[in-house]
Ligand binder design. Structure first.
Ligand code: ATP
Ligand code: MG
Length: 314
């Protein structure tokens, strides 16, 4: 069953003067998906989000929201909301007023706003703090309120630009689970930006790896069978080579390779193994001295446990 797209970025470029911040970017984000843009500083993640939110115009390309072109639609008309790294709460307003702010602007009546604010405070577990001001909160609590405010009017898409980066490590971990839960509960499409690969892998349904203004690959976390690589397709993954077993020490997902070189080192033999067009240097523990059953040019099985591998893209 194919899901329809929440967002289609079609051949989009952005130049600042003669600097190309986005270079013909082309991808789709599905409805109800936790989608992450992952890439190093300066690769264009924020610029891309700002174009989806209409805070920035593109130099060329087309943007669709739920199948409708919105390239020319102003920010306030798009049902897209953003959570920033630095909370951006209104300091002079209580938390309830912060959450209510956008709803008032949309012309909601008072009773409906009160009910919705209550619902949101509950959703982010902040009911008891409704009357506080932002400066009476911890960083994590502020970010919960920023999330509640951004979700208040039920946007079709929520953009999150490194929303956890100002939090300490422990809180960041807790907020990952919180964000994932909120995404599942609301069914809203989340577009999450980070330069932290672990965070991306932990949270996302799919990840777009960005570099130098381009989307370099888009990946799904996928399941493999223990019999082989069914379903693996052309996925790109990362695994520490010491987690890869060679020959009779191969287990889990098994791949077939060719031995290109070997180097006996006593307790270990180092092998150079070619798998498709990849060449890996792997080590195999020697159970007996001078054990050396793998011939150069011969076929060898290598294997790894799924839980040791990380899929980066497809
Ligand atoms: N208004 C602007 N004028 C000129 N150059 C800009 C402007 N905004 C962004 N850039 C440049 O575009 C590139 C991409 O910036 P962007 O903010 O999208 O990066 P990013 O991937 O979000 O990085 P970070 O992880 O540091 O937030 C950078 O080289 C930046 O200097
Ligand atoms: Mg940025």
């Amino acid at each position: 069953m194919s899901r329809s797209s929440a967002i289609e970025v079609m051949n989009m470029s952005k130049n600042f003067g003669d600097y190309t911040a986005l270079d013909h970017v082309d991808f789709k984000i599905l409805q109800n998906e936790f989608f992450t843009l992952l890439g190093p500083s300066g690769c264009g993640k924020t610029t891309l989000l700002r174009m989806i939110a209409a805070f920035e115009t593109s130099s060329s390309g087309t943007l669709l929201l739920n199948g409708h072109e919105i390239s020319q639609m102003p920010a306030h008309k798009r049902r897209v909301n953003t959570v920033f790294q630095n909370y951006a709460l209104f300091p002079h307003m209580t938390l309830s007023q912060n959450i209510a702010f956008g709803l008032k602007n949309l012309g909601w009546d008072k009773a409906r706003i009160t009910a919705r604010v209550g619902e949101l405070l509950e959703m982010v577990h902040m009911e008891q703090f409704a009357a506080r001001k932002p400066d009476q909160l911890s960083g994590g609590q502020r970010q919960r309120i920023a999330l509640a405010r951004a979700l208040a009017a039920e946007p079709e898409v929520l953009l999150l630009d490194e929303p956890l980066s100002a939090l300490d490590l422990k809180l960041r971990q807790a907020m990952r689970d919180e964000l994932r839960r909120l995404q599942r509960e609301t069914g809203i499409t989340f577009v999450f930006v980070t330069h932290d690969q672990e965070e991306a892998l932990d949270m996302s349904d799919r990840i777009a790896v960005m570099g130098k203004g381009r989307v370099q690959q888009i990946g799904t976390k996928i399941t493999t069978t223990h019999q082989g690589v069914t379903g693996l397709g052309s996925a790109t993954m990362s695994i520490r080579t010491e987690k890869i077993g060679v020959g009779d020490q191969a287990e889990g997902v098994i791949l077939s390779g060719t031995v290109r070189a070997r180097n006996y080192m006593g307790g270990f033999t180092h092998y150079t193994v070619q798998i498709g067009d990849q060449t890996l240097r792997l080590s195999r523990r020697n159970a007996h001295s001078h054990e050396d059953s793998l011939e150069i040019g011969g076929t060898v099985q290598v294997g790894f446990r799924e839980t040791d591998a990380r899929v980066l893209g497809q």
